[in-house]
Design a protein. Structure first.
Ligand code: GLN
Length: 236
């Protein structure tokens, strides 16, 4: 299982997800505390944010361990936005290790990460093509196709997760996505935590980035929607 995290609130640097908090994603890449599948997230990493001038999504991803990118700490401090997403990857057995298999997957303003695994047959009927043979790339392509067809982000996540999860009862489909104004996430087989108290924005992550008591677990099979208006949690 990979680990992923997002922020919605006043502009912050990506360092707020990666290396500022004690258990940020850099630490979680080699010492996650709640990971049940896989032990080390060394098969790549990625992050996305929104350019303050144009509002366009910017993405940076590599297929190397996050701790080996010496340029990252400076970039993560400078890349500031009110909507941030980042992920570290532990490739599922049989999946390629390449940039195109690494989250966040992107389509216009949409950025998406998949924490889990799902059988190919369960997602390939949902969309014609994906940028990689990796299951996560197919899941992302299926969500993007639905949003392009007019579905709200949360509905698109819910539809893809319930469809794929029903076709593959062993599938694990924790998704995390954003569009610059909303963060949406699903729980389907793995942990997810939200921290929306004690600060001016909302953090969502596979596992807490710090020991702050304000981190709350999200029950399984839920859709989480974070907007400037607050956090909504709905059953899937
Ligand atoms: N199955 C996805 C991949 O191979 C996600 C892996 C994970 O959550 N560890 O990239």
């Amino acid at each position: 299982m990979c680990r992923h995290a997002a922020w919605l609130g006043p502009p912050r640097g990506l360092a707020a997800l990666l290396d500022e908090p004690e258990h940020g994603l850099v630490r979680q890449s080699y010492a996650p505390r709640m990971q049940r599948h896989g032990m080390v997230n060394a098969d790549g990493f990625g992050m996305g944010w929104y350019d303050p001038a144009s509002g366009e999504a910017v993405r940076y991803r590599r297929s190397i361990p996050i701790w080996t990118d010496a340029n990252l700490p400076g970039l993560a401090r400078a890349a500031r936005s009110g909507c941030l997403i980042a992920a570290v990857r532990s490739a599922t057995i049989g999946m390629p290790i390449e940039e195109s298999a690494t989250a966040p997957f992107a389509d216009g303003r949409l950025l998406l990460s998949h924490n889990g695994r799902v059988r190919a047959e369960a997602v390939r009927s949902l969309v014609d093509s994906a940028e990689s043979t990796c299951d996560a790339a197919w899941v992302a392509a299926a969500v993007f196709a639905r949003v392009r067809g007019g579905a709200p982000l949360g509905d698109a996540l819910a539809e893809v997760v319930t469809h794929a999860g029903t076709k593959d009862p062993e599938g694990r489909l924790n998704l995390l996505a954003c569009d610059g104004a909303t963060v949406a996430a699903t729980t389907w087989g793995d942990t997810l935590y939200v921290d929306d108290t004690g600060q001016d924005g909302v953090l969502v992550a596979s596992e807490p980035l710090s020991d702050r008591p304000s981190w709350r677990p999200v029950p399984d099979r839920r859709l989480v929607l974070v907007t400037p208006g607050g956090v909504r949690v709905e059953p899937l």
